[in-house]
Structure formats: C-alpha cells, structure tokens
Design a protein around this ligand. Structure first.
Ligand SMILES: *Cc1c(COP(=O)(O)O)cnc(C)c1O
Length: 393
C-alpha cells in the first residue's frame, strides 16, 4: 500500500481496511453542503431508489447505521418483552444488542465450523413458543443456508431479519441478498464494510405495510417527512402515530452512498479476486486453512479469514503480532462469541463451552487484508510474510 523508505530498504505497509473514496464523492458532498438541504431529503430518496433497484427489492429504507436498520426492523415487527430472537453466537454485538433494545431475549445459536454462518440445526434446537424471529448473519460476506432457514421459519411461523452488514452485493442461488423475500434485510455502510457512507444503513423489504411503518419508525413516528410536507397541500400538518426514533440518514451520507453503489460490483469483484489470489498463495502453507466457499453463493469477502491450526509453527496470537511487526494489519472476527462478552455473561450466565464452534473461531482465526485497494505486490507481501513466518526452517 504505502512504502516507507527507511535505512535504505523499503518497508511496505498494508492496512487491514481502507475505504475507496474518489473525487466523485468529494464533489458530490460539496454540492449537497452548498445546496441548503443537508439531511434526509432528495438524495436519500435517490439512494433508496437506486439501492432497491440494485438489490431487486421492492422497498429500501435508509437509516443512520446498520444497527439502526436492525433495531427498526425488530421494532416495526412489534418484537418486545417476552419474545425470543435467535441470533448467531459469532457476530458483531449489534445483532444481539438490538434484541435487548426491544426488551426481548437474544437466544444464541452456534455456527457452522466451515463457513462460520449460523447453523440451521442449532437454530431448530432453540425454537420455543416464545421465538418470534431469526437474525441470520451472512458472515464474512458469504450467504447463510437460506433455504433451510426459510423452511424452519415457515414451519414455526417466524420472521427472518437478515443481518447483511457483511454482504452487500452477495448472492444466494443467483438472487441478490436483499431480494430473498424474507421479512427484511439490513445492511451497514460503516467505513470497513464493502461500501460506505461514513455511518449508515439500509433496510430492504417486499412488505408494503412494514415499509411504511419502518419509514415512520426511523423518524420519530411522524406520518410525513419534511420533504413530503413541502410537497403536500397542507405543508404544516403532520401527526405522530408511534414511538419512533431519530435514525435518519443525511443527504450528505446518501450522496456518498450513491457514488459508492455505482462502484460496488467492481469493488466486490476485486475482493473476490484478492481472495482467490490469497487462497492460491496460502492453501499449501503448513498450519493454516484458507476459507471455504460454498456452492450456489456469491461470497463478497467482506472478511478473508484464515484458520491457524494447533500444529502451526506459531500460535494464532503470535502470528498476528509478527504480522503487525511487518506492518500488515489484521483483525479477528470476533475476539469472543457475543454470549461470552462480559455484559452478556453477566446477563444470561453463559460459560465457556456453550458455543464450541464460535469459541474456536475466536481463538484460531485471523482476518487478513482483502480490500479493493490492495495491489498484487501487497498480496504477494502478505503471502510471503505468512509463508516465511510459518515455514519450519
Ligand atoms: C457492522 C455490523 C453491524 C452494525 O452496523 P453499524 O453500521 O456499524 O451500526 C451489525 N452486524 C454486523 C454483522 C456487522 O458487521
């Protein structure tokens, strides 16, 4: 990425993630800033329309974050105290927090040892009379086994709210994530995600009535947005019909999203290419396992994860630190399963051993840089560094 010259030799630096921002975004933001309309106005509408078209979804509702998208989805469904929502044990804490925001109980299910996606068998085991919804997370950008999850949801009359924070542009059996006719799908545009607006999120749904509630829920529960009011015959009139939030996306963020969306497919293709290159370079290295991609999916590699085995020359943590010395940024998804985070442990009393596969993932995996700004030299540097660190002589 950046080459720092020191002591007569070049030290390469490869950041773990880097957003792809061009002059187009700079110009677009400056036009919004001087337009006099800064928040959830015409640009948000345009971004929502373009995003829904991209996903082949009927409705798209922009929010202030991926977390807000998930929260609005649960709130719009009326999930509340007494309800249970099944979520994977291995995920960003937001997936579980939103359930608690509603006063409901997150019920954790362990993940599949190959893809680290929520395991449908583990979901089925945890369905009770109180279960109202499942939040499958398309971990790393690889879609979950959706046919099986949809079947379980149908059998038990459950909603599916997809957490697609890692999976914008991903596909399941030829269909875009966001277009699988689940209850809703939630995306995140945080800077490390496959496209960014700084902070931001999006919900897609096919359900007209639910979309209408979500629209109001993200903006105080008010019946008309400021833009709708200006355009209406009674611009002064509005009503508050529910306890909504201020979870709106700004027009400043939306216009960045519009620019990013145009480059999404190309950026994802580069991630996929990078992943392939890394796998080809690393699959024969002793002591690590490269990611497993299932048939019938388009995995968009928000995360490229390797697994360090017990017989590797270095432990997982040693390898992370050695890579850091070589200025290669890495990350761990996630350092603990959510139920073992101190807050959740205290709340629900979970212990080590309750979620063995999620725990093993926390202890043995390393996410390597895979973002679209990596050059072939960066990738070669990552591969040769790992080879050197793990070779036995
Ligand atoms: C990033 C992320 C979120 C939260 O999205 P924000 O936009 O940061 O609020 C939720 N779930 C998963 C799996 C994520 O990676």
């Amino acid at each position: 990425m950046t080459s720092l010259t020191g002591g007569g030799h070049c030290l390469r630096e490869v950041p773990f993630a880097k957003p792809l921002i061009s002059d187009e975004e700079l110009r677009a933001v400056s036009r919004v800033l001087t337009s006099g309309w800064l928040t959830h106005g015409p640009k948000t509408k345009q971004f929502e329309k373009e995003f829904s078209e991209y996903c082949h979804a009927k409705h798209a509702i922009a929010t202030s974050s991926g977390t807000a998208a998930l929260h609005v989805s649960l709130a719009a469904l009326g999930i509340k105290k007494g309800a249970e929502v099944i979520v994977p044990a291995l995920t960003h804490v937001a997936t579980a927090h939103v359930v608690l925001y509603q006063g409901a109980r997150p019920v954790f299910a362990d993940v599949d040892p190959e893809t680290y996606n929520i395991d449908p068998i583990e979901i089925e085991k945890r369905v009770t009379k109180k279960t109202k919804a499942i939040i499958p997370v398309h971990f790393a950008g690889q879609p979950c086994k959706m046919d099986e999850i949809i079947k379980i949801a149908k059998e038990h009359n459950l909603h599916i709210v997809e957490d697609a924070a890692h999976a914008v542009g991903a596909e399941y059996k030829g269909k875009k994530i966001g277009a699988l006719s689940t209850t809703s799908t939630c995306f995140s545009f945080y800077p490390t995600k496959n496209i960014t607006t700084g902070e931001g999120g999006m919900i897609t749904t096919e359900n007209d009535a639910l979309a209408r509630v979500m629209e109001m829920m993200k903006a105080f529960g008010i019946t008309k947005s400021p833009l709708e009011r200006i355009l209406s015959e009674k611009p002064w009139a509005y009503e508050v019909v529910m306890l909504g939030y201020n979870y709106r996306m700004t027009d400043i963020e939306s216009v960045i999203g519009i620019c990013q969306l145009k480059r999404l497919d190309k950026a994802n293709d580069k991630r996929i290419e990078n992943a392939k290159y890394l796998t080809e370079g690393l699959e024969s290295v002793n002591g690590i396992q490269t990611p497993i991609v299932e048939k019938n999916v388009k995995h968009v590699f928000h995360v490229y994860q390797i697994k360090v085995s017990k017989n590797a020359r270095l432990s997982r943590n040693e390898l992370i630190l050695k890579l850091k010395e070589k200025r290669i940024g890495t990350s761990v998804y996630y350092p603990l399963p959510v139920p073992l985070m101190p807050f959740y442990r205290k709340l629900h009393g979970y212990r080590e051993g309750d979620y063995p596969t999620s725990e093993a993932a926390s202890k043995t995996t390393i996410a390597l840089p895979c973002h679209p700004l990596l050059s072939n030299e960066d990738l070669d540097y990552i591969i040769s560094s790992i080879k050197e660190l793990l070779s036995s002589n």
